[in-house]
Design a protein around this ligand. Sequence first.
Ligand SMILES: Cc1cc2nc3c(=O)[nH]c(=O)nc-3n(C[C@H](O)[C@H](O)[C@H](O)COP(=O)(O)OP(=O)(O)OC[C@H]3O[C@@H](n4cnc5c(N)ncnc54)[C@H](O)[C@@H]3O)c2cc1C
Length: 288
Amino acid sequence: MTLNQVYNGNSIDEVVELLGKYGKEAKIVAGGTDIVIALKNEKISPRVLIDITKIDELKKIEDDGEYITLGAGVTFTQIVENDIFHGNLRGLYKACRMVGSPQIRNKGTIGGNIANGSAAADSIPPLIALGSIVSLVSSDGVREIPLEDYYYDQVRDNELLRSIRFKKPKDNQVLNFSKLGLRKALAISRLTTAVLLEFDENNIIQFVRAASGALGKYPMREIEVEEYLLGKKIKNETIDGAVDALQIAMDERLKGRSTLPYKRTAIVSILRETLESGNESKNEVGAW
Ligand SMILES: Cc1cc2nc3c(=O)[nH]c(=O)nc-3n(C[C@H](O)[C@H](O)[C@H](O)COP(=O)(O)OP(=O)(O)OC[C@H]3O[C@@H](n4cnc5c(N)ncnc54)[C@H](O)[C@@H]3O)c2cc1C
């Protein structure tokens, strides 16, 4: 297919109408940091591009007291610069701050990070750990799907990824994130973990949601790690046990892959760092 039309979308309704009209012949352009490379390398050849960067509604970060909603067009820089993410949401802040370079963070969007479908997308593990819901809109209406399930039923040809929302963590919850990249600068993440932890007054974990990036086909929730951690205090042996639980899950998932031995070793320090910094920061963020 030859590209023969570029639209500058002015509103969500207009984009949805265009997607309904052109379907799989069209592609959305948000920050362009992934899609421009795919176009250049001729991995995709849409007939129509729909630029959504002018749509203000997609760039909003909304906090209604109970939920935070990120428009799909919110950039990594917007998140890094917003104080909401500097307290017990620090795991999301860290993930966005570690993306690529300042230029990539200024352009790249959360919606693009999800819609691109990469196993190594940095913002996804913390958003999964937060229990986020993705909102997709088309001429058929709105489809909402938990982010942890999204990868099994991704954005369809006639859909615009509109927003992501999650419940604000409680005062005694803290979100943490760690990343191992191949190179320090501009590293596309190879391994990440994110954990939302809630402690009781005796420092026992009473709620946990864990997620990983690049340990499978997609970013995913790590149920075995959660089951292991629940009801325990963060100590050295707890961390070792959580690492064991994750390695057993990885062995099954990555069986036969050449990257398994490397990932098995690398995950030890990554998960340790996530859990230790979650434990340390619990005293800084809220009322324990
Ligand atoms: C040098 C470099 C370094 C990078 N480093 C990192 C890194 O460290 N960590 C990381 O996670 N990523 C990294 N990336 C990848 C990229 O920046 C991110 O995935 C970014 O979030 C993509 O967002 P975007 O807005 O640029 O998406 P685009 O390139 O505009 O779009 C990506 C895909 O998503 C679709 N899409 C975008 N928005 C929507 C929407 N609202 N609804 C439906 N479909 C949509 C597009 O059609 C396209 O298929 C890097 C990229 C480069 C070039």
